[in-house]
Design a protein around this ligand. Structure first.
Ligand code: 0X9
Ligand code: ZN
Length: 306
């Protein structure tokens, strides 16, 4: 039985998503964006209010959540399934309001092969699992997107443990598949990525200290998110600020591509909490509640700005 007091392997996470669609047929749809290198599904869940006649409402702004692009950041997928569960079961009027406001597309594990490898073989694995010509495996899927690819904090050596950017932009089937799915979405308003660990809220770009045209709005909405998150246990995230200024310059991340190529208005990366990648599973609910509040803060912040 799936719960939020331990970490699960990717098959169990997929089973949770599948089961969620079975239990909530009027509210949810399974999204199969495609397959990973090793043939696992790139699986997402759509949550949207049903119409009375059984037809789903269209035209709401889309809120996309990308989670688990880095294999070893286990708290991200765990928190994301927690979030799904809260959206669908909570009786809290604020959370119901959050649920009803958006057409949700939520992908808890966008790097399923890497996650599986981290779970079973090498806890600190970060990359995908594709095979390079020289025999080494994997590329950093958050360096592989087709915007200023390979420029900062990116390696061209396939055997590097962390930052290999891939043989070319979108060389990885996982990033290619996900980018194609995201491109197909009309009315995408929010794109949020979950990583760990730093307790940080980051904005585009990661690659340049130049500010995007709605930077002030991004900051204001992000501040609301941080403020709401701190209600849960007083933890205050740093930021919001551009990833380039707040963390380090890094090219080829999903956030930058989504902002630049798709002109998505509101794009954020959260570095969730922790003091290592071994964040105790007993803390999943607390992190989950914090994420619920932080997403509510984004929604309320955006509403206030109109
Ligand atoms: O370096 C990264 O990809 C992220 N940090 S992590 O420690 N989780 O690896 C930061 C992502 C910031 N955004 C981009 N670089 N696009
Ligand atoms: Zn990460």
């Amino acid at each position: 039985k799936f719960s939020w007091n331990s970490y699960y392997d990717v098959n169990d996470i997929h089973q949770f998503i599948l089961n969620t669609t079975k239990v909530n047929p009027e509210w949810t749809e399974l999204i199969v964006a495609g397959q990973s290198y090793e043939g696992r599904k790139i699986l997402g869940l759509r949550i949207n209010t049903p119409y009375e006649n059984g037809q789903r409402e269209t035209g709401k702004p889309v809120f996309f959540i990308e989670s688990g692009i880095h294999a070893r950041e286990w708290i991200a997928p765990a928190t994301t399934t927690y979030f799904i569960n809260q959206l669908l079961t909570s009786r809290d009027p604020d959370i119901r309001r959050l649920r009803d406001q958006f057409d949700w597309r939520i992908f808890p594990t966008v790097n399923p092969d890497g996650y599986h490898y981290s779970y079973n073989v090498d806890r600190y694995w970060r990359k995908t699992r594709s095979l390079s010509s020289n025999g080494c495996r994997g590329a950093d899927p958050n360096r592989n997107w087709d915007y200023n690819w390979g420029q900062h904090s990116a390696s061209s050596r396939p055997c590097d443990y962390q930052l290999y950017a891939g043989s070319k932009p979108f060389s990885e089937i996982e990033t290619r598949t996900l980018s194609k799915y995201i491109s197909s979405i009309d009315n995408l308003l929010f794109y949020v990525a979950f990583h760990s660990y730093a307790s940080l809220l980051l904005l585009p770009y990661s690659d340049s200290v130049e500010h995007v045209d709605n930077y002030d709005d991004l900051v204001q909405i992000g501040q609301r998110s941080i403020e709401y998150g701190s209600r849960v246990n007083g933890e205050k995230y740093d930021g919001p600020g551009t990833a380039a200024e707040t963390l380090y310059k890094a090219s080829g991340g999903s956030m930058d591509w989504v902002r630049y190529a798709l002109k998505t208005p509101l794009v954020y990366t959260y570095e969730l909490r922790g003091s290592s990648f071994h964040w105790p599973p007993e803390k999943i609910p607390e992190q989950g509640d914090e994420v619920v509040q932080m997403m509510l803060g984004l929604a309320d912040g955006a509403k206030e700005l109109g």
